[in-house]
Write a protein that binds this ligand. Structure first.
Ligand code: ZN
Length: 244
């Protein structure tokens, strides 16, 4: 079965389960995207030429937000200033809305400062189901009026669908970055155990826009014109994902 067909089946299953849970019939609403500028406050991230990762990520995320808002997509930023946030605080923003997509923006660094290129991670819920459930029972069910067991099933079904959508979004981002930054820098779509979004059920990705500590690439990606290209690559991928 093609990915899109699987997605359709999962969406239909989800609609049926949602109906059974009594949450069907909600009015359609504008899509909401959570943008997460990596690091912030006491967590500066990687050191670049004359600035830190936390400054670059906020700058690019703000450009992405401007682009999306101009195209009728609602955006919530996990931070708009230089402040420290835990991973859990970032996730909570997305879960409480709830958001349709979660996009975290980072810049890379390597120990020898020799690596370069861009890559996108699918933020996985894999391996955190137990933690996710513990997290939810801490805070009470996030689905008012839904039986707690049904809510857990819904969470699992949504995570499955979210993984497909996140992979699709990640591929779109990589494709757009390749257009702007050239194919030689394409490090691909990745998924690993370190890139986890605790408790989140919406499709979630993390974009590493380039190596901020590379002597050449680092100087490029902090340029306003290149930041604008990076932001456009991410924003257009999000727009396509929400409209196609
Ligand atoms: Zn980072």
């Amino acid at each position: 079965m093609h990915v899109r067909e699987i997605l359709t089946v999962v969406r239909h299953s989800l609609a049926i389960v949602a109906f059974l849970a009594g949450s069907a019939g909600a009015a359609p609403r504008r899509p909401v995207v959570v943008l997460d500028p990596g690091h912030g406050g006491s967590n500066a991230g990687a050191q670049g030429p004359g600035l830190h990762e936390k400054q670059l990520t906020l700058s690019i995320a703000s450009l992405v937000a401007d682009h999306l808002r101009a195209h009728g997509i609602d955006v919530v930023m996990t931070r708009t200033t230089d402040r420290t946030l835990t991973l859990r605080q970032r996730t909570e923003v997305a879960d409480q809305l709830p958001a349709d997509l979660f996009v975290s923006i980072h810049a890379n660094a390597s120990p020898t400062r020799t690596q370069r290129g861009y890559e996108t991670y699918v933020l996985t819920a894999r391996g955190v189901d137990v933690d996710g459930r513990a997290l939810r029972s801490d805070t009470g069910t996030p689905r008012p009026g839904t039986d707690a067991d049904v809510a857990l099933v819904l969470d699992d079904v949504e995570r499955g669908a979210s993984q497909w959508e996140a992979a699709e979004l990640a591929a779109r981002v990589q494709h757009n970055l390749r257009e702007h930054r050239g194919p030689e820098g394409d490090r691909g779509v990745r998924q690993d155990a370190h890139h986890v979004l605790l408790g989140a059920t919406m499709p979630a990705i993390l974009v590493e826009v380039g190596f901020i500590d590379h002597p050449i690439e680092g100087k490029q990606i902090v340029q306003p014109s290149v930041q604008a290209q990076l932001a456009a690559s991410i924003a257009e991928a999000i727009e396509d994902q929400l409209t196609e």
